[in-house]
Design a protein around this ligand. Structure first.
Ligand code: PLP
Length: 390
């Protein structure tokens, strides 16, 4: 029997923990009567027209590799869409790259721009992939705590304190997963000013841009001079109910897109062709669908948020994305234990807040992209569970 004397795996990868969300996702599958508020995924099936566009492309035999950048129709539709929504025109030829979800776009952006030891400032808590992505790219994550008292916004004054000579970039993920926070106009302007003053890049993950309730979403792209230093990341999973299709994209300066494209080319070549046609259709005819789904999320959001507060789990009012982030520390349980026991005793899945960073500790994330009757039932169970703890 051959015994390897060297470690089988790469040290950097080995040190990264697997996602705290997937662990809870795997828990629920196959457990009868369970309700998952765990994974951040729309419960809606992808609208008919988008699915039909994909099927048409397959029937017509459009089954080959596409351009590494993505099909021209999609890049043009992305350019038009971004211009409509952000007032900024990107060139479909060399400023747009279609990626395997925003997941790949985040990874490519980090790998294409960071050098060993470069620091990246980001909000804590934040989406689970950011910190591992920065580490895998050789960078150093610099989490900046966001506070409930300040609506979980990433405030320019806190960002400024974290800037050092090694700071290379700021990673913005707003509307925020897991808190549901959005940035105010003054935050966006202040962060843009810091980026300009300190010559920093900004990665702006705006995957939840359409899922906002009340106050609109402010993009950093709207700030003076930011097109030249922003790597804009967006996609179809959330707003268009297309998680399984795996389509996202980046808009960025040509020099950055060129480097991102090389990694993409050597690792995935292109996004599956049929999925790209579905995405074109989403941009052409999907607006009413987006509005219908957002209105429904808003109804669910209010119910879940109010129920958490009524049962004594203080919950900040989420203004974007589709998550509530109640504080559970008052129950006497840590967030990990709360989530584990809630599942064992009541078959409801939530994600421990610490999966999203140290500042998430003492909270859990509950996704409201699920049917209202299920949300009500889950809240009844959580309430019963919380009462038992007192
Ligand atoms: N960015 C954020 C903030 C997310 O919450 C997610 C998914 O949950 C992603 C990116 C990845 O999305 P996808 O790869 O499905 O486009």
């Amino acid at each position: 029997m051959a015994i390897t004397r060297r470690r089988l795996t790469n040290e950097r990868v080995t040190k990264i923990p697997a996602s705290g969300i997937r662990r809870f996702f795997d828990m629920v599958s196959g457990v009868e009567g369970s309700i998952s508020l765990g994974v951040g995924e729309p419960d809606f099936v992808t609208p008919d027209r988008f699915r039909e566009a994909a099927m048409r492309s397959i029937k017509e035999g459009r089954t080959k590799y596409t351009s590494n950048y993505g099909i021209v129709e999609l890049r043009e539709a992305i350019a038009d869409h971004t211009e409509r929504r952000r007032g900024i025109r990107y060139d479909p030829k060399n400023e747009i790259l279609v990626t395997v979800g925003v997941s790949e776009a985040v990874d490519l952006a980090l790998r294409a721009t960071l050098d060993e030891g470069d620091e990246v400032i980001l909000a804590d808590p934040s989406y689970v992939a950011y910190v591992p992505g920065i580490i895998l790219a050789g960078g150093v994550p610099v989490p900046v705590a966001t506070e409930e008292a300040h609506d979980f916004r990433l405030r320019p004054e806190d960002v400024e304190r974290a800037i050092t000579p090694r700071t290379r970039a700021i990673l913005l993920g707003f509307p925020n997963n897991p808190t549901g926070a959005v940035l105010e106009a003054s935050d966006v302007a202040g962060i843009a000013r810091l980026a300009r003053e300190h010559d920093l890049l900004v990665y702006s993950d705006e995957i939840y841009d359409r899922l906002v309730y009340g106050a609109g979403h402010r993009s950093i792209l709207g700030e003076p001079g930011m097109k030249d230093r922003t790597i804009y990341l967006a996609g179809f999973s959330k707003s268009y109910a297309m998680t399984g299709w795996r389509v996202g994209y980046t808009c960025a300066p040509p020099a950055v897109v060129e480097q991102m494209m090389k990694i993409h080319q050597y690792t995935v070549m292109c996004v599956p062709t049929a999925a790209q046609y579905a995405a074109v259709e989403a941009l052409h005819s999907g607006e009413p669908e987006v509005q219908r789904m957002v209105a429904e999320y808003d109804r669910r959001r209010k119910v879940m948020w109010q129920r958490f507060n009524a049962m004594g789990l203080a919950c900040f009012e989420p203004r974007g994305a589709f998550y509530c982030f109640p504080r559970v520390s008052g129950t006497g349980l840590g967030d990990e234990e709360f989530a584990a026991r809630l599942f064992t005793e009541e078959r409801v899945v939530v994600v421990p807040g610490s999966a999203f960073g140290a500042r998430g500790t003492g909270h859990v994330r509950a996704c409201y992209a699920t049917a209202l009757n299920k949300i009500e039932e889950a809240c009844d169970r959580i309430e019963r569970f919380v009462k038992r703890l007192h």
